[in-house]
Every structure is written in C-alpha cells, then in structure tokens.
Design a protein around this ligand. Structure first.
Ligand SMILES: Nc1ncnc2c1ncn2[C@@H]1O[C@H](COP(=O)(O)OP(=O)(O)OP(=O)(O)O)[C@@H](O)[C@H]1O
Ligand SMILES: Cc1ncsc1CCO
Ligand SMILES: [Mg+2]
Length: 268
C-alpha cells in the first residue's frame, strides 16, 4: 500500500488494526485525557518519562511524543534521552512546545529539543508563530492568534527544521514547507477543555507510528479525526463538561468510511 495515497479513513482503519504503542511524555494536566483519547481512537499509549527508562522505551515504542507543558528539571533528561533514542532507532517523534515563549526556561529547553530534530511539531497558532520568530498574542498555554497568521511562519519553520509543522485552532494547517493542507471542523468548545491539543499531539504520534515514511499524511489523518469527532460531539453536547465523554465516544465509533465522507480538507 502506498502511504501517500491512503485516505485519512484508510489510515484510521490501519492505525486501529496496528494498535501502535506510543510513548507519550506529556504534562500532568494532559496525562489522563490524552491516554483516554488514544485508547478511544485505537492506539496504545504509555506515559513513560523517567530518564532511567525513557530511552530504552523509545526503542520499543512505534513513536514518541514530547510535550513541555509542566516542565521541570527532572523531565528534561528523560525527554532528551527518549528523543535521541527515537532518532537512533529511526522512530518518528512529535514535539508539542506548550507555552514555549512564556519563560526563558521553556525557550532554552525548546531550543535544545529542536536540536534533536523532531519529525513533527504540533502547536497552537501562537506557539508556532513564536517558534518561527514572530510575536505571539497568546498567553500561557492559550493561543491568541488565528491559524491564518501562523501559516507563513509554519512554512518557514518547516523548511528551517526539515520537519512537518501542524498548527491547530479554528482551522488546522499542516505543511512540510512545500505542500500545505487546511482542515476544517472541530468546535469552539474544544479550546475550553484543557489538554485536547496535548492529546492530539499524542494521537499524531499514533498515526506517525504506522506511517513513519509519510509523516505529513499521518498528521493530517490525526487532525481530520479530531475535527470530525469534535464536530459530531459538539452537536449534542451542552458545554465543555458534556462534550468530553461524547468526544471520546465519537473517537471510538467513527469509521474510516465516515471520516472520509465527512472530513473537509483542502490542499492549496
Ligand atoms: N475555535 C475552534 N473551532 C474548532 N476547533 C477548534 C477551535 N479551537 C481549537 N480547535 C480544535 O481543538 C483541538 C486542540 O487544538 P488547540 O489549538 O486548542 O490546541 P492547544 O492550544 O495546544 O490546546 P492545549 O494546550 O490545551 O492542549 C484541535 O483539534 C483544533 O482543531
Ligand atoms: C493548563 C496547562 N498548564 C500547563 S500544561 C496545560 C495543559 C494545556 O496545555
Ligand atoms: Mg497546547
């Protein structure tokens, strides 16, 4: 099967079939919801971050995701060991640079992680703009910029880093520095539930694990699944509280055929 020609729905079915083991180094806020998102969608998450084992585990897992949301000194060595081991084993790894522009500590660690060459970077518009050297209008972990303002910066960042860059928000945007894809869907309630972006980063890892040779297509499939499941869950949700279980249910029930029929993706 040629990965480049697989539809997001086909990639979803293939991901569920493979049930990929994904090492998720994510923050304390995200750990539970991210693991539940992964299990609902059909992946196998493991939140393994200690320096004593993070590198070894990256050799076992199909992909690694690294999120700096609740950064402290003890996390950093595990993140670096895992990223280096993933690179050594030829496994894709995804960086989520949460609020990296907020403090000098985060900026420094993010620069070091970028040096370890992530396969994919996934962030909100403010995070991606700041990584590309633009001034963000976000505060803390929340974006204050629209996706369209981050499209040019995302392309520049992808070219500079030689990686895939995904920007999420009202519209999602994915680029390898040359090709670009926009994904519509989701719901305005999604940024009002904590760590859905962090959970999506883990899910990008699940799709990258089954298509390491096609990280752009893998990223688009993960974002398309979130967009479709989010849109469907929002239809019957009464707010952020009731949205969450409906979203998990829809991540589990959406078929590949339904995803392909519903998704709104445009290549520019
Ligand atoms: N206004 C919106 N309308 C539709 N979907 C949205 C909107 N804002 C965010 N989303 C969706 O919510 C999901 C999470 O993206 P978001 O950009 O909020 O991540 P984030 O800011 O990194 O979140 P967090 O740091 O809280 O994990 C994505 O699937 C995105 O498409
Ligand atoms: C709220 C929060 N604080 C640090 S990480 C995180 C989860 C959303 O990024
Ligand atoms: Mg985030």
């Amino acid at each position: 099967m040629n990965a480049q020609n697989d539809t997001p729905g086909q990639l979803l079915e293939a991901m569920r079939q493979a049930n990929p083991l994904v090492q998720c180094i994510t923050n304390y806020v995200a750990m539970n919801i991210a693991a539940n998102v992964m299990l609902a969608a059909g992946a196998s998450p493991a939140m393994v971050s200690a320096v004593e084992e993070a590198g070894e585990f990256a050799g076992i897992a199909g992909a690694l995701t690294v999120n700096i949301g609740t950064l402290s000194a003890s996390w950093i060595a595990g993140m670096k060991a895992a990223a280096a081991a993933a690179n050594g084993a030829g496994k894709p790894w995804v960086l989520d640079p949460v609020a990296h522009y907020a403090t000098g500590f985060r900026r420094q660690v993010t620069a070091e992680l970028l040096g370890l060459k992530p396969t994919i970077i996934r962030g909100n518009a403010s995070e991606i703009m700041a990584l590309a050297g633009h001034s963000p209008r976000g505060q803390g972990v929340d974006s204050g910029d629209p996706t369209y303002a981050a499209e040019g910066p995302a392309m520049a960042l992808a070219q500079q880093q030689g990686c895939i860059v995904a920007v999420t928000g009202e519209v999602d945007f994915v680029t390898d520095g040359r090709r670009t894809v926009r994904i519509l869907g989701g719901s305005p309630v999604m940024p009002r539930i904590t760590a859905l972006g962090c959970s999506l980063t883990c899910l990008v890892g699940a799709f990258a694990a089954i298509r390491p040779e096609a990280p752009m297509e893998a990223t688009v499939a993960a974002l398309a699944l979130f967009a479709a499941a989010g849109e469907d869950a929002a239809r019957t949700a009464n707010g952020p509280g009731s949205f969450q279980p409906l979203f998990l249910d829809r991540l589990a029930s959406l078929t590949g055929a339904e995803l392909d029929a519903q998704m709104r993706i445009s290549t520019l």
